[in-house]
Design a protein around this ligand. Sequence first.
Ligand code: PLP
Length: 467
Amino acid sequence: MAYRLPTLDVPEVRPEELIPEKYRRKALNIASIPELKAVRKFTNLSHKNYSVDTTMVPLGSCTMKYNPRINEEIANIESFRCAHPLTPEEFIQGTLRVAYELKELLKKLGGFAEVSLQPAAGSQGELLGLLLILAYHRDKGNNHKTVVLIPDSAHGTNPASAAICGFHVKTVKSDKNGELDWDDFMKKLGDDVACLMITNPNTLGIFERKIKEMAYELHKRDALLYMDGANFNAIVGMAKPGDWGVDVMHFNLHKTFSTPHGGGGPGSGPVGVSEKLKPYLPVPQVEFDGKRYYLNHDIPKTVGRLLAFHGHFGVWIRALAYILTYGSEIKKVAEYAVLNARYLRHLLWGTLADPYAHVPCMHEFVLSCSPLLKKGTNAYGVAKRLLDYGFYAPTVYFPLVVREALMIEPTETENPETLRRFAEAIKTIVKEASEDSSVLNGAPHTIPVKRIKEAEANRKPIFKLKD
Ligand SMILES: *Cc1c(COP(=O)(O)O)cnc(C)c1O
């Protein structure tokens, strides 16, 4: 047998005492195979996939950085890993302390009055942030404030979250520098606006320089400023959104603070708020009274709770380990993330179209493959061909404001040599496109799964690989 079950360490119960006859399985049909065969099977399978442990994953907006192994060691400490969410507080003081210290560090890094760790992902953080804004306006009798302004470069989850909360979404244009178009913003900033939902740096990798002026104009009308913090990696330790006047922001711990994600891996989207939104935070909040850590359920104006339990502790502990490892040096993360993006963009200068070439990028940049259209191929071809060169593909066709977009985010954990190899691969592919675009259109050629129907693969996934 390839796996042995551990010996039972709880009193044995007979299934017939617990499960009615009709629900009980008749026979357990598990194949019995030798351990070596199982090890080879799964080791070989793991090599057929791409991950940050095997190659650079330059997926723009996703911040696919290396996850230091010390995070895994700490997340695997048994008393953390095995803590049950219903354990009485006095037995899990250490676990609560982890949550509390992470919360305090996020407050400091973001410049916020309070943080809720509860949301299970960035998108759920958006939902919470907008629910808080809704609660604020209801509480103040601002029932006419039903509009959320969202730039046209925003991530699709932004308008989706606003719509789920019952807001009307109005799109604000980007200007020629890739920033929010000021005139269009002012034109749409009526008394019906509940908030502006902006990403900074935005999904073009461009810093929104007028962020403080936006906060000023919004606050003057008792509207609020939501910042999507998915790109916090570009500014962590360098700037605090709370200081800019941001009222609410979600962090993506799995992006900025290194937990491996994608492919359905766990996320965590804590939400930081200014004083204005503190009264509406979800319950429970983890608190410390000077002696003990406890879960505070007593928040009279709370919006309620988002999860059955407390949140994704495994992601929290990795984030805490990551932040503490850097300590006061954490701004190096942002510095190197931006430096790497700028270096890679420099290496690719003139290779494809760069629609915002006149504007410096932050931690990522967006190129356009539209020059390849007349050669009979596109961004999809470039992305798929990159797999043959041993790289995971960048994000494609997003943000929507750039045609044939390739959105590239190297993160700070790649070294210059890898960036040079990646740039060479892109240059080779662009040359191939000129010579024979069918090489791109038929790619990938070297990996077992070729072009999949993405919508179908999402809805009806088939997990069996052909032998
Ligand atoms: C990733 C991302 C989100 C959504 O976060 P999830 O954790 O994937 O739900 C929202 N906005 C931007 C800009 C993102 O990159």
